[in-house]
Ligand binder design. Structure first.
Ligand code: ZN
Length: 300
């Protein structure tokens, strides 16, 4: 085949070298349609299904949840890679469809109290002639899944892509649509430092390059003097008093106040009684496991 003349920008070469494209949501929709037609032609009419890719989760392959009158199926972003055989992705889609039939995330009547208990999903798939595919997919994943994940999303990969990338994913989530900026957060720490009669905060607030395994609101890196805040905590869904509390907490730590009682007295002095109470109320109440639940929701 004759190679076209190269443009000064060398466009042709770039195109030729570019890796195979990732799967997109059009592909997902086509797979869903095909699988519904072939194996779920009796699908009861619940919410209309929308299928999207979520974050590239290693552990959660897919999820199904009601969302604004739709049934939202998310597949791990790892399925975007064409290195994963199509039938392996299919196996996860039909797993979610079995949940749909059972009334999970579909607006239909719940057939079983627990999503998986008693092997109800496997039985449903077996009944529809999908048991074999399901088992083979599981086997395939046990051999390749982890290696694929590390190949594409290993820590070295993230660093190569530039430091802003780990945060952009989190900030793109709907929960972070209204969020606080790092400037706003650092202003809080300036204020608290002044209250502590320090000329400036002993640490800088930065974003944590959060992975799905990070379960805390923030992490203090004393050697570089950075309080790294989980990007999800930037959401306005988290009361601002919680940020005041967390910053004051680590400031106390940096000031050598380690005893719990002393620390709480100091925190109250620094951020005020009302804020402390509001923060603790959230942390011990709705904020308990908030990050875990939010992560589960988005990474499912
Ligand atoms: Zn499931």
């Amino acid at each position: 085949m004759k190679k076209p003349e190269q443009t000064p920008l060398n466009l042709f070469d770039e195109e030729e070298q570019s890796p195979a494209p990732l799967r997109d949501e059009t592909w997902l929709q086509a797979r869903l349609d095909a699988l519904c037609k072939e194996h779920f032609s009796d699908l009861p009419a619940g919410f209309p299904i929308r299928i999207v890719f979520g974050a590239p989760s290693l552990h959660v392959l897919g999820s199904i949840r009601p969302r604004n009158g739709e049934s939202l199926i998310r597949l791990s972003g790892l399925y975007r890679w064409i290195e994963v055989p199509e039938w392996v992705a299919d196996a996860t889609i039909v797993h979610e469809l079995a949940h749909y039939v059972h009334g999970i995330g579909s607006g239909l009547e719940r057939l079983y109290p627990h999503a998986h208990r008693g092997g109800v999903v496997d039985a449903e798939l077996e009944r529809r002639g999908l048991g074999e595919m399901s088992r083979k997919a599981k086997q395939w994943r046990s051999q390749h899944w982890m290696a694929l994940y590390e190949r594409f999303y290993g820590p070295s990969k993230i660093e190569e892509k530039g430091s802003s990338d780990p945060y952009n994913y989190w900030f793109s989530l709907p929960i972070c649509q209204n969020r606080r900026t790092l400037e706003e957060i650092n202003q809080i720490s300036v204020y608290i430092a002044q209250r502590a009669e320090l000329t400036r905060p002993p640490f800088k607030c930065t974003w944590l390059a959060a992975k799905e395994t990070h379960r805390h609101r923030c992490y203090y890196f004393s050697e570089v003097r950075e309080l790294r805040i989980h990007p999800l905590i930037s959401s306005l869904k988290v009361p601002v008093s919680v940020l005041w509390h967390d910053i004051a907490y680590w400031l106390c730590w940096e000031m050598g106040i380690r005893k719990t009682a002393d620390r709480y007295r100091k925190i109250q002095l620094l951020i005020g009684e009302r804020r402390t109470r509001a923060a603790l109320k959230w942390i011990g109440g709705p904020g308990r496991h908030w990050l875990e639940r939010t992560l589960k929701w988005y990474l499912a």
